[in-house]
Design a binder for this molecule. Structure first.
Ligand SMILES: [Zn+2]
Length: 298
Protein backbone atom coordinates (compact mmCIF):
# COMPACT_ATOMS: atom_id res chain seq x y z
CA UNK A 1 0.00 0.00 0.00
CA UNK A 2 1.29 3.45 -0.89
CA UNK A 3 2.10 6.02 1.77
CA UNK A 4 0.09 9.17 2.35
CA UNK A 5 2.60 11.96 1.93
CA UNK A 6 0.40 14.91 1.03
CA UNK A 7 -2.98 15.82 2.51
CA UNK A 8 -5.28 18.72 1.73
CA UNK A 9 -7.91 19.80 4.26
CA UNK A 10 -10.51 21.92 2.49
CA UNK A 11 -13.37 24.03 3.78
CA UNK A 12 -15.67 26.58 2.23
CA UNK A 13 -16.04 24.68 -1.04
CA UNK A 14 -19.59 25.86 -0.50
CA UNK A 15 -19.31 29.35 0.96
CA UNK A 16 -22.25 29.16 3.36
CA UNK A 17 -21.21 25.82 4.89
CA UNK A 18 -19.35 27.50 7.67
CA UNK A 19 -17.98 24.65 9.77
CA UNK A 20 -15.30 23.67 7.27
CA UNK A 21 -14.58 27.25 6.26
CA UNK A 22 -14.05 28.32 9.86
CA UNK A 23 -12.08 25.19 10.73
CA UNK A 24 -9.61 25.88 7.92
CA UNK A 25 -9.34 29.55 8.92
CA UNK A 26 -8.71 28.56 12.54
CA UNK A 27 -6.00 26.07 11.59
CA UNK A 28 -4.33 28.62 9.28
CA UNK A 29 -3.98 30.92 12.29
CA UNK A 30 -3.03 28.10 14.67
CA UNK A 31 -0.92 25.45 12.91
CA UNK A 32 -0.27 23.82 16.28
CA UNK A 33 -3.85 22.49 16.08
CA UNK A 34 -2.84 19.98 13.43
CA UNK A 35 0.87 19.99 12.61
CA UNK A 36 1.94 17.39 15.15
CA UNK A 37 -0.77 14.88 14.21
CA UNK A 38 0.93 13.35 11.19
CA UNK A 39 4.17 13.50 9.28
CA UNK A 40 2.48 14.02 5.91
CA UNK A 41 2.55 17.53 4.45
CA UNK A 42 -0.83 19.07 5.26
CA UNK A 43 -2.14 21.96 3.16
CA UNK A 44 -5.20 23.95 4.20
CA UNK A 45 -7.42 25.59 1.65
CA UNK A 46 -10.44 27.83 1.72
CA UNK A 47 -11.75 26.48 -1.55
CA UNK A 48 -14.24 29.18 -2.51
CA UNK A 49 -13.15 32.38 -0.70
CA UNK A 50 -15.45 34.56 -2.81
CA UNK A 51 -18.51 32.53 -1.78
CA UNK A 52 -17.35 32.49 1.86
CA UNK A 53 -17.15 36.27 1.75
CA UNK A 54 -20.68 36.41 0.33
CA UNK A 55 -21.89 33.69 2.77
CA UNK A 56 -23.49 31.98 -0.20
CA UNK A 57 -23.12 28.50 -1.63
CA UNK A 58 -21.37 29.91 -4.71
CA UNK A 59 -21.06 33.10 -6.70
CA UNK A 60 -21.69 32.05 -10.32
CA UNK A 61 -21.79 28.25 -10.32
CA UNK A 62 -21.53 25.40 -7.81
CA UNK A 63 -17.77 24.94 -7.35
CA UNK A 64 -18.26 21.34 -6.30
CA UNK A 65 -19.70 20.59 -9.73
CA UNK A 66 -16.77 22.07 -11.67
CA UNK A 67 -14.03 19.44 -11.39
CA UNK A 68 -14.91 17.03 -14.17
CA UNK A 69 -11.99 16.51 -16.54
CA UNK A 70 -14.07 18.17 -19.27
CA UNK A 71 -14.50 21.34 -17.17
CA UNK A 72 -10.82 21.38 -16.19
CA UNK A 73 -9.63 20.89 -19.76
CA UNK A 74 -11.39 23.98 -21.13
CA UNK A 75 -8.61 26.07 -22.65
CA UNK A 76 -10.30 29.46 -22.84
CA UNK A 77 -10.44 31.46 -19.60
CA UNK A 78 -13.89 30.66 -18.11
CA UNK A 79 -16.27 33.58 -17.53
CA UNK A 80 -17.70 32.19 -14.31
CA UNK A 81 -15.65 32.58 -11.14
CA UNK A 82 -16.02 28.98 -9.92
CA UNK A 83 -14.83 27.44 -13.18
CA UNK A 84 -11.71 29.63 -13.00
CA UNK A 85 -11.24 28.72 -9.32
CA UNK A 86 -11.60 25.00 -10.11
CA UNK A 87 -8.75 25.27 -12.63
CA UNK A 88 -6.64 27.14 -10.06
CA UNK A 89 -7.28 24.52 -7.38
CA UNK A 90 -6.52 21.76 -9.84
CA UNK A 91 -3.20 23.43 -10.70
CA UNK A 92 -2.35 23.80 -6.99
CA UNK A 93 -3.39 20.37 -5.71
CA UNK A 94 -3.84 18.18 -8.78
CA UNK A 95 -3.61 17.83 -11.65
CA UNK A 96 -6.52 15.45 -11.50
CA UNK A 97 -5.33 12.01 -12.56
CA UNK A 98 -2.42 9.68 -11.85
CA UNK A 99 0.15 12.49 -11.49
CA UNK A 100 -1.70 14.45 -8.83
CA UNK A 101 0.34 16.06 -6.03
CA UNK A 102 -2.27 15.19 -3.41
CA UNK A 103 -2.62 11.74 -1.86
CA UNK A 104 -5.64 12.52 0.31
CA UNK A 105 -8.18 15.34 0.27
CA UNK A 106 -10.61 15.90 3.15
CA UNK A 107 -13.39 18.29 2.11
CA UNK A 108 -15.58 19.50 4.98
CA UNK A 109 -19.20 20.36 4.15
CA UNK A 110 -22.45 21.00 6.01
CA UNK A 111 -25.95 19.85 5.20
CA UNK A 112 -29.31 20.98 6.50
CA UNK A 113 -30.41 17.34 6.49
CA UNK A 114 -30.29 15.14 9.57
CA UNK A 115 -27.24 13.21 8.42
CA UNK A 116 -24.89 13.33 11.40
CA UNK A 117 -21.25 12.90 10.40
CA UNK A 118 -21.63 11.46 6.92
CA UNK A 119 -18.38 10.17 5.43
CA UNK A 120 -18.78 10.12 1.67
CA UNK A 121 -16.45 7.82 -0.23
CA UNK A 122 -16.31 8.11 -3.99
CA UNK A 123 -14.07 5.08 -4.51
CA UNK A 124 -13.07 1.89 -2.74
CA UNK A 125 -9.76 3.25 -1.57
CA UNK A 126 -8.17 1.06 1.13
CA UNK A 127 -7.13 3.91 3.45
CA UNK A 128 -10.39 5.89 3.31
CA UNK A 129 -12.41 2.69 3.84
CA UNK A 130 -10.33 1.60 6.82
CA UNK A 131 -10.13 5.01 8.48
CA UNK A 132 -13.82 5.75 7.95
CA UNK A 133 -14.77 2.38 9.43
CA UNK A 134 -12.74 3.23 12.54
CA UNK A 135 -14.54 6.57 12.81
CA UNK A 136 -17.97 4.91 12.73
CA UNK A 137 -16.88 3.18 15.93
CA UNK A 138 -15.47 6.29 17.56
CA UNK A 139 -18.24 8.75 16.68
CA UNK A 140 -21.76 7.87 17.68
CA UNK A 141 -23.40 9.60 14.73
CA UNK A 142 -20.97 8.75 11.92
CA UNK A 143 -22.22 7.05 8.75
CA UNK A 144 -20.73 5.75 5.54
CA UNK A 145 -22.19 6.82 2.22
CA UNK A 146 -20.59 5.24 -0.83
CA UNK A 147 -21.15 7.19 -4.00
CA UNK A 148 -19.18 5.40 -6.70
CA UNK A 149 -18.09 7.76 -9.42
CA UNK A 150 -16.02 7.46 -12.53
CA UNK A 151 -13.20 9.65 -11.26
CA UNK A 152 -12.45 11.56 -14.43
CA UNK A 153 -16.12 12.46 -14.98
CA UNK A 154 -16.81 13.23 -11.31
CA UNK A 155 -17.37 16.97 -10.69
CA UNK A 156 -16.30 16.97 -7.04
CA UNK A 157 -13.24 18.80 -5.68
CA UNK A 158 -12.03 15.71 -3.82
CA UNK A 159 -11.42 13.91 -7.09
CA UNK A 160 -8.34 16.01 -7.89
CA UNK A 161 -6.58 13.87 -5.24
CA UNK A 162 -5.71 10.18 -5.34
CA UNK A 163 -8.21 9.53 -2.53
CA UNK A 164 -10.74 11.69 -0.79
CA UNK A 165 -13.44 11.86 1.81
CA UNK A 166 -16.22 14.41 1.58
CA UNK A 167 -17.41 14.97 5.14
CA UNK A 168 -21.05 16.13 5.24
CA UNK A 169 -22.14 17.32 8.66
CA UNK A 170 -25.67 18.09 9.69
CA UNK A 171 -28.21 19.17 10.48
CA UNK A 172 -26.72 22.63 10.38
CA UNK A 173 -28.43 25.64 8.85
CA UNK A 174 -26.44 27.02 5.96
CA UNK A 175 -24.78 30.34 6.70
CA UNK A 176 -24.49 29.61 10.42
CA UNK A 177 -22.14 27.99 12.92
CA UNK A 178 -22.91 25.52 15.70
CA UNK A 179 -20.32 25.19 18.46
CA UNK A 180 -21.03 21.54 19.32
CA UNK A 181 -20.86 20.55 15.65
CA UNK A 182 -17.73 22.63 15.09
CA UNK A 183 -15.86 20.95 17.94
CA UNK A 184 -16.92 17.44 16.98
CA UNK A 185 -16.04 18.10 13.32
CA UNK A 186 -12.59 19.33 14.28
CA UNK A 187 -12.07 16.20 16.35
CA UNK A 188 -13.14 14.06 13.39
CA UNK A 189 -10.82 15.74 10.88
CA UNK A 190 -7.95 15.41 13.37
CA UNK A 191 -8.67 11.70 13.66
CA UNK A 192 -8.31 11.28 9.90
CA UNK A 193 -4.86 12.89 10.13
CA UNK A 194 -3.88 10.62 13.01
CA UNK A 195 -5.18 7.58 11.16
CA UNK A 196 -3.16 8.59 8.09
CA UNK A 197 -0.11 8.47 10.35
CA UNK A 198 -1.21 5.09 11.65
CA UNK A 199 -1.57 3.96 8.04
CA UNK A 200 1.93 5.18 7.16
CA UNK A 201 3.33 3.20 10.07
CA UNK A 202 1.52 0.11 8.75
CA UNK A 203 -0.60 -0.22 11.88
CA UNK A 204 -4.04 0.70 10.61
CA UNK A 205 -3.79 -2.15 8.12
CA UNK A 206 -3.25 -4.63 10.96
CA UNK A 207 -6.41 -3.76 12.88
CA UNK A 208 -9.14 -6.39 12.79
CA UNK A 209 -11.76 -5.80 10.07
CA UNK A 210 -14.69 -3.66 11.19
CA UNK A 211 -18.29 -4.43 10.35
CA UNK A 212 -19.93 -1.35 8.83
CA UNK A 213 -23.30 -0.39 7.37
CA UNK A 214 -22.59 0.96 3.90
CA UNK A 215 -25.21 3.20 2.28
CA UNK A 216 -24.59 3.08 -1.47
CA UNK A 217 -26.07 5.64 -3.84
CA UNK A 218 -29.01 4.21 -5.78
CA UNK A 219 -30.65 7.28 -7.31
CA UNK A 220 -31.73 10.85 -6.65
CA UNK A 221 -35.42 11.58 -6.32
CA UNK A 222 -36.97 14.88 -7.45
CA UNK A 223 -40.04 16.66 -6.14
CA UNK A 224 -43.34 16.09 -7.94
CA UNK A 225 -43.75 18.70 -10.67
CA UNK A 226 -46.35 19.34 -13.34
CA UNK A 227 -45.75 17.92 -16.81
CA UNK A 228 -43.56 20.39 -18.68
CA UNK A 229 -42.15 21.97 -15.48
CA UNK A 230 -43.30 24.55 -12.93
CA UNK A 231 -43.25 24.89 -9.17
CA UNK A 232 -43.02 21.76 -7.02
CA UNK A 233 -46.38 20.24 -6.16
CA UNK A 234 -45.57 18.59 -2.84
CA UNK A 235 -43.29 18.69 0.19
CA UNK A 236 -41.40 15.96 2.02
CA UNK A 237 -43.98 13.99 4.01
CA UNK A 238 -43.91 14.89 7.72
CA UNK A 239 -43.44 11.20 8.60
CA UNK A 240 -40.25 11.14 6.51
CA UNK A 241 -38.78 14.50 7.55
CA UNK A 242 -35.50 14.08 9.44
CA UNK A 243 -35.47 10.30 8.98
CA UNK A 244 -32.26 10.04 6.98
CA UNK A 245 -30.77 6.50 6.79
CA UNK A 246 -34.13 4.97 7.87
CA UNK A 247 -35.77 2.24 5.84
CA UNK A 248 -38.32 3.35 3.23
CA UNK A 249 -40.49 0.61 1.80
CA UNK A 250 -42.82 0.37 -1.16
CA UNK A 251 -46.11 2.03 -0.09
CA UNK A 252 -44.58 4.26 2.63
CA UNK A 253 -45.47 7.96 2.75
CA UNK A 254 -43.08 10.07 0.68
CA UNK A 255 -44.55 13.50 -0.09
CA UNK A 256 -47.49 15.63 1.06
CA UNK A 257 -49.23 17.89 -1.46
CA UNK A 258 -50.14 21.46 -0.56
CA UNK A 259 -53.81 20.41 -0.26
CA UNK A 260 -52.95 17.66 2.21
CA UNK A 261 -52.83 14.52 0.08
CA UNK A 262 -50.20 11.84 0.68
CA UNK A 263 -47.97 10.61 -2.13
CA UNK A 264 -46.58 7.14 -1.51
CA UNK A 265 -43.25 5.69 -2.45
CA UNK A 266 -43.29 3.03 -5.15
CA UNK A 267 -40.09 1.44 -6.34
CA UNK A 268 -37.06 -0.54 -5.27
CA UNK A 269 -37.60 -1.59 -1.67
CA UNK A 270 -36.28 -1.15 0.91
CA UNK A 271 -34.22 1.97 0.25
CA UNK A 272 -32.62 4.39 2.71
CA UNK A 273 -33.12 8.09 1.91
CA UNK A 274 -30.46 10.68 2.77
CA UNK A 275 -30.14 14.41 2.05
CA UNK A 276 -33.86 14.62 2.83
CA UNK A 277 -34.99 18.20 2.08
CA UNK A 278 -31.41 19.49 1.81
CA UNK A 279 -31.96 23.24 1.17
CA UNK A 280 -29.23 23.54 -1.48
CA UNK A 281 -30.80 20.76 -3.52
CA UNK A 282 -34.13 22.49 -4.15
CA UNK A 283 -32.45 24.29 -7.07
CA UNK A 284 -31.10 20.97 -8.31
CA UNK A 285 -34.56 19.41 -8.02
CA UNK A 286 -33.38 16.74 -5.61
CA UNK A 287 -35.80 15.97 -2.78
CA UNK A 288 -33.54 13.22 -1.41
CA UNK A 289 -31.00 10.64 -2.49
CA UNK A 290 -32.03 7.02 -2.19
CA UNK A 291 -29.41 4.54 -1.08
CA UNK A 292 -29.31 0.81 -0.58
CA UNK A 293 -27.79 -0.60 2.57
CA UNK A 294 -25.32 -3.43 2.92
CA UNK A 295 -23.21 -4.74 5.76
CA UNK A 296 -19.55 -5.13 4.90
CA UNK A 297 -16.26 -5.74 6.64
CA UNK A 298 -13.77 -2.91 6.09
ZN1 LIG B 1 -21.38 21.41 0.52
Amino acid sequence: MSLINTIVVAGGTHGNERTGARLVQKWMEHPECYNSLCSAKVDLVLANPEAVRLNRRYRDHDLNRAFSQTCLDVTVEPQQYEFRRAKELNALYGPKGADTKTDLLLDVHNTGSNMGYCLILSARDPFTMRASAVLTQEFKDAWIYYQPEERSASPYFGTVAKADVCIEIGPQQHGTLDAAIFEESERLVKRYLELAEEWNRGELQKRAPIKVDVYTQFKDLGYPKPQGGGPIQAMIHPDLMGRDYRELKDGDKLFRTFDGKDILYHGESPVYPIFISEPAYYEKDIAMSLTVKSVEEW
